[in-house]
Design a protein around this ligand. Sequence first.
Ligand SMILES: *Cc1c(COP(=O)(O)O)cnc(C)c1O
Length: 391
Amino acid sequence: MTHWTTKLIHTDARPEAGFESLVTPVFRGSTTVFPRAGDARDDWRHEAGYTYGLYGTPTTRELAARIAELERGKWTFMTPGGQAAIALVDIAFTRAGDHVLIPDSVYGPNRQLADKVLRRFGVDVEFYPPLAGAALAERMKPTTRLVWCESPGSITMEVQDVPAIVDVAHRHGALVALDNTYAAGVHFDAFAHGVDVTMQALTKYIGGHSDLLLGSVTVRTSAEYERLGLVHDLLGLAVSPDDCYLALRGMQTLGVRLAALEQSTLRIAKWLATQDAIATVLHPALPSCPGHDVWRRDFTGSASVFSIVFTPAATRDAILAFVDALALFKVGYSWGGVTSLAMPFFELARTHPAAREWRLVRLNIGLEETNDLIEDLAQALQRAGLTDGAR
Ligand SMILES: *Cc1c(COP(=O)(O)O)cnc(C)c1O
């Protein structure tokens, strides 16, 4: 007779098979069991099946396959966050002596990783003006290996001429990696525009509910698949199947959320553009946004995050008072969830000193009723003394 403590681990209980749920189950596991000793092998490639939990479970791989399907790539690697996806791209595709070009408007931690870590590893890092387009040719070196794009840029929202940049990079034998988080992988068709590798912070629109951190890197060719996959494996970038489950759930409503957010955000951005204290609204669908024409040419929609720039008459204290007076907009980083957010920025990391000083508030529009949000913005402008005579 087997002792009961052994039964706890080796049970004879067998629930009926055949439960067909609409929902992807959460498969958890580090060890995956091989039928026979001779079958055991260690291989991260998804074609090899399941050999170790680190390389994926059916839950994480379903999410990966669905992101690849949406972006129309070859395969997607899951990472524990968007920033880990950026790091994976950097580490997979650069080595000492390589020259890397990064837009000046890039997501802050992407810039810091290049500045503080890639440089330490001997990578030649250069930040370029995000609107360079074909003029990027002037910055190409024989050692240029990787060109980053992020469109629109973080906080200052410059829309990049990605096809022109791709053209320059490919003529010089460099890869183009795109942070496609704003477009949720759908509003800008990266691979159709020539990009080689995309990444997304799934934390934002795919998750959609501010309850998870997750990232993805999607590749188009076998060469990039092999190179990225090996580094992904060796860095040990494990993701939680529970987080992937939440992302799979979020993904099902991505279409309706993006559509609702786009409409509400546009109405609010246009209303803000009529306010005296606001000098510029940096929303890609408005002509006041740098690169708006490129957005019209290349994008199929706009999203929920944008920035407003106050006139010089608005003091730092008044802008802080405006943000604090908002009731429905919460103060916090990240975006893409159901809650409206506001975040002031006065100093930005930019190459040119003139581009560092701002009177800017980044807004993320959530799924609250649009009129309530406009009313909230109006009362906050009023309470901060930012309603008249500022222009
Ligand atoms: C949020 C964000 C990231 C990082 O994503 P995390 O999941 O928070 O690590 C990367 N790029 C952009 C453009 C982002 O907005």
